[in-house]
Design a protein around this ligand. Sequence first.
Ligand SMILES: Cc1ncc(COP(=O)(O)O)c(C=O)c1O
Length: 442
Amino acid sequence: MSTSSNVAPNDLSAFWMPFTANRQFKKTPRMFVAAKDMHYTTSDGRQVLDGTAGLWCCNAGHARPKIVEAIANQAAELDYAPAFQMGHPKAFELANRLVDITPAGLDHVLFTNSGSESVETALKLALAYQKVKGEGSRTRLIGRERAYHGVNFGGISVGGIVTNRKMFGTLLAGVDHMPHTHNLAKNAFSKGPPEYGTELADELERIVTLHDASTIAAVIVEPVAGSTGVLIPPMGYLKRLREITKKHGILLIFDEVITGYGRLGTPFGADYFGVTPDMIVTAKGLTNGVIPMGAVMVSAEIHDAFMQGPEHMIEFFHGYTYSGNPVASAAALATLDTYREEGLLTRGAELAKTWEDALHSMKGLPHVIDVRNIGLVGAIELEPIPGSPTKRAFSAFLKAYEAGLLVRTTGDIIALSPPLIISESQIGEIVSILSGILKTLE
Ligand SMILES: Cc1ncc(COP(=O)(O)O)c(C=O)c1O
């Protein structure tokens, strides 16, 4: 039997890795063994500049002392408290702190352990809300093509990535999708939100006409789709979605698992676009990625609708063993402290112009068919190798790793989302490494 002490470091077969080309990885493993601030250390002792904040989550960089200390202290003081019918102070403190930084009107918080669970929580809450309000016929959920809302059944149903859906049966019934907004023919090399495509929001009107508003509970969108390659909404698009959802009594859910906690240079994407949804779904940057935790912020209107009936009755039959876990709560509080002390929730705005100029300097390099950016997110889209989609970008990923830079690829898109503590010279380093690699790609 293997134990943690006798597994040979090169015995890689037991761990079936997530969203990974397992056989390719296990032939030529890429292992991180340490991290500090903007850098990872590899098992062969190299420093790798983190161009992706881990998986879009380590917004304050790595091994930040306050967070490390908070986790250690909390584990020693109160390691776990039952999440149902019992409480502990830090979860309440954290909810209050989150309400303070979310747009006005989103006054209540449910805790989860991941982005996927936050999505399921929001979708279930939307359906239950319509029911408690006496509109139980509103059972449809509307997502969007090329959306990523995690990997659970609700999330893949409203999501729009065929590879994540096609193996898993019929998914949730009663889901429809709006078109995505990515249009290279009209919008390639846009800086910030592109000009063309606002009217794509009106596709929601078409869906409402098809199904009738009385059957639709909620619409869920990422303000900026991250995982499918940094798809930035056309100017005015999200405002238009808000108008249409309001007009028809449909809830609007923003999935801010990536855009939350400063990624766009504002605390949330809702702030960047000046649009307040009925719920904001978050995870990742909530704890700086260090401990799994998610949070769903909801409007007072939704919350209050449930607060009826006998007081000894549970109002919403949903929750997780680890909802508001003490160690995760302590990590999140220390993360929010770090963000506040270092101004990280708005630092992306200060760096946005430098970031934009640096990324767009790659226009004109071989295979580059688009460069796009918003806040501290960016993407370089490459022309696919004919007959071998994804290969060119994957090869860029491998070469970047060898050259000391971590990037992320989706299809033939290279996505960048560095920790918000990045320096201007490190932005230069990212672009210089990537430019060199783009010139050598097949
Ligand atoms: C927008 C969005 N929603 C949900 C998720 C799922 O989060 P998790 O992997 O924590 O379940 C992600 C992850 O990248 C995401 O980008």
